[in-house]
Design a protein around this ligand. Structure first.
Ligand SMILES: Nc1ncnc2c1ncn2[C@@H]1O[C@H](COP(=O)(O)OP(=O)(O)OP(=O)(O)O)[C@@H](O)[C@H]1O
Ligand SMILES: CC(C)(CO)[C@@H](O)C(=O)[O-]
Ligand code: BAL
Length: 302
């Protein structure tokens, strides 16, 4: 028998198999329709853990009444093949009734970081995300859980919830995987891209070009946030099929920031600044984000 006094020790004991070998479990939460962004999360989880669980659950709680819950792409057989090839050990794909039994009445609400941007455009969305993510963390009890930077605000919400509620898991953010196809270079991979035709996808790559334009201006020495956002706006304006939802510069706490210069901003906090964009293109709402300063330039600056 082992006598354990601290929560940290309890976890480390629980995470060893019967021979005492440490076990680690990586969880990759998804809504399915798997693409190379998801397989990158799985690859990271595979490399950093002894076992990998992939959850596949289209969570009704995070969709608004007029959103695409019913239309969301579903292909369990195809996803299972991709997951197996990528080295997933356990695929957890519960029906809605298993996750939300009748009388379900609890919600996790994360204030502050949830409120602007996607939180403002999709009321209740992040409460739905936080609730299901906490349920998945409780069910799987992973050592690490993997989330894409593509959903930057979601990552901020999950990190805040895990810190606030003492959830014993390490949250790992994985950089956005982008299309390398010549006609849509830079487009952030997203399950919702499947709603677009090839031509529409190539036009949707304007989102990443806009963020890169602001990044390039920053790299060239421009420090006024309005000028950076104007460069991105000009690029977005070149696409007639686009309706902008938001374009903003935010700090690490998801607060919108305006700059005339960045004197006094440390390299560490600079690394947390992000340019965010959300827009509707051909009836599909897409999001993207990039750091203000590229990873290479940041390494050089630090
Ligand atoms: N291009 C990508 N690069 C890295 N991670 C990604 C990418 N796309 C999605 N992810 C991450 O995969 C996880 C599951 O996301 P989800 O199943 O909603 O896919 P999605 O492509 O984001 O779909 P949607 O189009 O509905 O936003 C999330 O953590 C998400 O951030
Ligand atoms: C994290 C998540 C799986 C929760 O349903 C979802 O929001 C997603 O796929 O990004
Ligand atoms: N990828 C984020 C999940 C959503 O848009 O509902």
């Amino acid at each position: 028998m082992q006598l354990v006094h601290s929560p940290a020790e309890l976890l480390s004991v629980l995470r060893k198999d019967q021979t005492g070998t440490p076990e680690s479990l990586g969880l990759v939460p998804t809504m399915g329709a798997l693409h190379a962004g998801h397989t990158e999360l799985i690859r990271r989880a595979r490399a950093e853990n002894t076992r990998v669980v992939l959850s596949l659950f289209v969570n009704p709680l995070q969709f608004g009444p007029h959103e695409d819950f019913a239309a969301y792409p579903r292909d369990l057989a195809g996803d299972a093949r991709i997951a197996e090839d990528a080295g997933v050990d356990i695929l957890f794909a519960p029906p809605v009734s298993q996750m939300y039994s009748s009388g379900f009445a609890s919600r996790v609400s994360v204030e502050g970081v949830s409120e602007g941007f996607d939180g403002a455009s999709r009321p209740g969305h992040f409460t739905g995300v936080a609730t299901v993510v906490l349920k998945l963390l409780n069910l799987v009890q992973p050592t690490r859980a993997y989330f894409g930077e593509k959903d930057w605000q979601q990552l901020a919400v999950v990190r805040r919830m895990v810190r606030d509620l003492n959830v014993p898991v390490e949250i790992v953010g994985v950089p956005t995987v982008r299309s390398a196809l010549p006609h849509e270079t830079g487009l952030a991979l997203s399950s919702r891209n499947t709603y677009l035709s090839a031509e529409q996808r190539s036009r949707a790559a304007v989102l990443s070009r806009a963020l890169r334009a602001a990044q390039a201006l920053y790299a060239a020495g421009e420090r006024r946030s309005k000028a950076l956002l104007a460069a991105a706006s000009a690029e977005l304006a070149s696409e007639s099929g686009l309706t902008l939802d938001y374009l903003a510069l935010v700090d690490g706490d998801m607060n919108e920031r305006e700059w005339v210069d960045n004197e006094g901003v440390s390299a560490e906090s600079l690394a947390e600044y992000r340019l965010l964009v959300a827009a509707r293109l051909f009836g599909v709402r897409l999001i993207d984000n990039m750091p203000l300063i590229s990873a290479d330039a940041l390494t050089a600056a630090l």
